[in-house]
Design a protein. Structure first.
Length: 258
């Protein structure tokens, strides 16, 4: 596996060196962010003695109140299954959601027995056989660029050495992310605004995005085929697309479906 550029070496780039194309600049900054965060997840495992490294990326989450904070677990290393891949985490949920809400590192020696966190993700954590867990937010000023998780498959207290090691990696990654954001004059990546679909349009869209036919959707939801067709046409109009393929792509890009 090829390791991405060391976050310790990333520095802000002078404005004069930026490409003239704003879209190209934003895309380059996004690639830097993905490389830094992916490398962070791997280094938590390789250098800090964790069994699993995860990184949550702040994104607007569907089915949450406008303005609500949340993130999605977009980067991982050491996982055995995929139940923790691309998982949405609203602020306050689980250990990572608590770190996001409180803007502070937090840890537990036994996630499953912890009484200071919610237990929305117990099934996924159990599937990975994880117990001890540490989460550290990547904060630059008032901006949270992500949350890194260091997890172990054993019940152990987190000592100062390991907490410090994860914290130093988090700080280095944060500096690189802040530099990329400043270089592109862009905020950390945000999902496209969610169009104002009705609950029924959203429900039909979710089923259509899985490849279900209109008759199958109608049977599952107790609707007529004509009603399903009407909902899909309305969703297409709101998303500005022309067919079901474009609809599925636009829905995923907008965060309407996973």
């Amino acid at each position: 596996m090829t390791r991405a550029a060391d976050p310790h070496l990333a520095q802000p780039v002078d404005d004069a060196a930026q490409p003239d194309d704003p879209e190209l600049t934003a895309r380059a900054a996004e690639l830097v962010r993905d490389a830094v965060l992916g490398d962070l997840a791997r280094r938590v495992v390789a250098e800090c003695g964790a069994d699993v490294g995860l990184v949550g990326v702040p994104e607007p989450l569907p089915d949450t109140r406008p303005g609500s904070e949340g993130m999605v677990l977009r980067h991982w290393a050491g996982t055995r299954a995929d139940l923790l891949h691309d998982v949405p985490v609203p602020a306050g949920h689980g250990l990572g959601g608590r770190a996001l809400a409180e803007r502070a590192p937090t840890w537990v020696p036994d996630y499953r027995a912890a009484t200071t966190i919610s237990h929305h993700y117990d099934a996924a954590v159990a599937a990975e056989d994880l117990y001890a867990m540490l989460t550290v937010p990547l904060i630059d000023g008032g901006t949270v660029h992500g949350v890194v998780y260091a997890s172990l498959r054993a019940v152990v207290p987190f000592g100062d050495v390991r907490i410090s090691a994860v914290g130093k990696l988090a700080q280095a990654a944060t500096r690189a992310l802040a530099g990329a954001a400043a270089w592109s004059h862009a905020k950390p990546r945000q999902a496209a605004p969610v169009p104002p679909l009705t609950p029924r349009e959203h429900e039909v869209l979710r089923w259509a995005a899985t490849g279900r036919t209109n008759p199958e959707i109608a049977t599952h939801l107790g609707l007529t085929c004509n009603t399903v067709t009407g909902y899909l046409k309305s969703a297409m109009h709101k998303l500005g697309v022309r067919n079901r393929t474009e609809l599925a792509l636009a829905a995923r890009e907008s965060g309407l479906v996973g």
